[in-house]
Design a protein around this ligand. Sequence first.
Ligand SMILES: CC(C)(COP(=O)(O)OP(=O)(O)OC[C@H]1O[C@@H](n2cnc3c(N)ncnc32)[C@H](O)[C@@H]1OP(=O)(O)O)[C@@H](O)C(=O)NCCC(=O)NCCS
Length: 226
Amino acid sequence: MYLLNPYALWPLPQQAMPIEVRGRRESDISDVRALMQRAYPPPHGPEAVWAESNLLAHLSVFPEGQFVAIGRDGEIIGSATSMRTSARQAMAGHTWSDITGKGQLTTHEAEGDVLYGVNIVVDPAHQGCGVARMLYKARFGLAQELGCRWIVAGARIPGYHEHAEAMSAPEYVGAVVHGSLFDPTLSKQLRMGFRVWGMLPGYAPDHETLDQAVLIIRPVRGAHAL
Ligand SMILES: CC(C)(COP(=O)(O)OP(=O)(O)OC[C@H]1O[C@@H](n2cnc3c(N)ncnc32)[C@H](O)[C@@H]1OP(=O)(O)O)[C@@H](O)C(=O)NCCC(=O)NCCS
């Protein structure tokens, strides 16, 4: 038989799927837990990986605020968890546990003018490839759709423990903001248009940050899209 394409009998190269962000589903929960285990290895404690009940609560309280990033092979490579709260709560001093209702989102305010970033995590094997930017873009789009005025989060500073003997946490954050130090989390969040609003000492138990976090904020209205 005459073939127009002489290579037609060879298998065509597999088309890699693009990375995509979509809403999190109940069926994603075990993969999200596995992702958190990879992203927060020991000596992070078991509390760094949410229980199935937490992840189910997020879907029941605020399903539209939960996203996952799907990699080229269809695996979950990123996750972002959000809730709504008031600017009064979010922009004052708080701990992660207080503002998120111990991670159960019982503190979610359906009309809150702040979209609060409860957690964002990208598989270590896929970090630095723009996955967090895609997740932030989805969050930003949601905040716009909901009419929120701000996106706020407590940013981890995992590089701080390496400098803690030489400087205080605010000094470290100042150096990261000015670009003389690179922090594996805060530096990336600053690239997403966040600004530092203040320090959150005792935010969450964390051996890398020495329990410190930074309150970061980004306006929604009038801000350029990500
Ligand atoms: C923080 C975290 C979510 C970022 O995810 P990521 O997918 O690596 O981030 P991205 O690749 O989208 O990078 C975000 C920005 O930082 C920049 N960036 C990433 N890696 C960088 C590096 N090594 N050096 C300099 N800039 C870097 C990117 O260029 C990008 O900016 P751009 O889009 O303007 O170019 C990820 O590092 C993580 O999961 N860390 C562990 C968990 C954690 O701390 N979560 C935050 C809780 S507050």
